[in-house]
Design a binder for this molecule. Structure first.
Ligand SMILES: [Zn+2]
Length: 325
């Protein structure tokens, strides 16, 4: 059976994920491998080429059955030249010509985009935003990734770095961020920030049911914080609610900047489901202006950890259709 597919490639700090995706956004086959970024881009590109070949063979497909490949990568990127300029998640990767290298290796057209943009495009295409309309996605993981889809297009901006909404300042002179600013959203409302803030409060002497775990030096994550908050732990509930407040403030600002129909929340924190979504949505409605009743709907992401590969493949599909391939 031959079936046209697009190849979605998601380059993460620790994982390389690849999927074959049909024109309706369904995954035909996928594979993930640990990525040792320290071994350099050459080894990762070879691995990607190898995985694509295997997936196509396993699916009974030839290279010609693929319309192209999409790559979601941490940035900043130069989309004009298809280059990863650098990334805190990919130490040592500088000015990597990923688009041209992969196109040579695969013998296919390759489209490159930021990983959070690719995830947002996946949710827009076949996920929480599939009913249509403009969409903003925040991925609440190690940091806060973001993507803005307006009129069916990923918003890139003049310097290709639009929608870095995790670095929207929500606290004047707040916590320092590795980006060089202070008070960035992702220092308060990422999955890592929530667990980090609970740990810091416990080390500072505050009481919590997670106290013994933290004092033993065992790590905690946002899922545990959400569970303890829901069970009534006061410290966890305070930090969780503060994160929801900062997210709601971000959503109000996003509403005014882009006026989307949907704001999708994904990543580790979104596993808390309505314990996150309802709190952010309620505060968005309470904190926003009163001049207009049309407000974006806050939704949980639908595609979980596949959003990146599906979205990257979706961008390849979009490119192939726009050039009539
Ligand atoms: Zn920042």
């Amino acid at each position: 059976m031959t079936l046209p597919v697009a190849i979605g490639i998601d380059i993460g700090g620790t994982n390389l994920k690849i999927a074959l995706v049909d024109g309706g956004g369904r995954i035909i086959a996928k594979r993930a491998r640990p990525l040792d970024a320290a071994r350099g881009p050459g080894s990762a590109l070879a691995e990607a080429g190898d995985l694509v070949g295997r997936l196509l063979a396993e699916a009974g497909l030839k290279r010609g059955d693929a319309v192209g490949a999409g790559v979601g990568s941490p940035g900043p990127l130069d989309l004009r030249t298809g280059v990863i300029i650098r990334s805190v998640n990919l130490p040592g990767w500088r000015n990597v010509r990923i688009q041209a290298s992969l196109a040579d290796r695969l013998g296919l057209p390759v489209v490159l985009d930021n990983d959070a943009n690719a995830a947002a495009y996946g949710e827009f295409w076949v996920g929480a935003g599939r009913e249509g309309g403009d969409l903003v996605m925040l991925t609440l993981g190690t940091g806060v990734g973001a993507g803005v889809i307006l009129d069916g297009c990923v918003l890139h901006g003049h310097f290709d770095n639009a929608a870095e909404l995790g670095h929207m300042i929500v606290v004047v002179d707040g916590l320092p961020c590795p980006c060089g600013q202070r008070g960035c959203l992702e220092q308060y409302a990422s999955a890592s920030a929530v667990s980090r803030r609970v740990e810091a409060a416990i080390r500072g002497g505050e009481e919590s049911r997670l106290g013994a775990t933290v004092k033993k030096g065992e790590g905690i994550d946002a899922r545990v914080v959400a569970e303890e908050a829901a069970a009534g732990d006061e410290l966890c509930l305070r930090i969780w609610n503060e994160a929801c407040t900062y997210l709601a403030i971000a959503c109000v600002n996003i509403q005014h900047a882009y006026n989307p129909g949907i704001i999708v929340l994904g990543g580790g924190m979104s596993e808390a489901g309505s314990f996150l979504i309802d709190r952010v949505d309620e505060q968005l409605r309470r904190r926003t202006w009163s001049l207009c009743e049309d407000l974006p709907t806050v939704k949980r992401a639908d595609l979980a950890y596949d959003a990146g590969v599906i979205g990257a493949a979706g961008l390849a599909w979009r490119r192939s259709r726009s050039i009539g391939q």
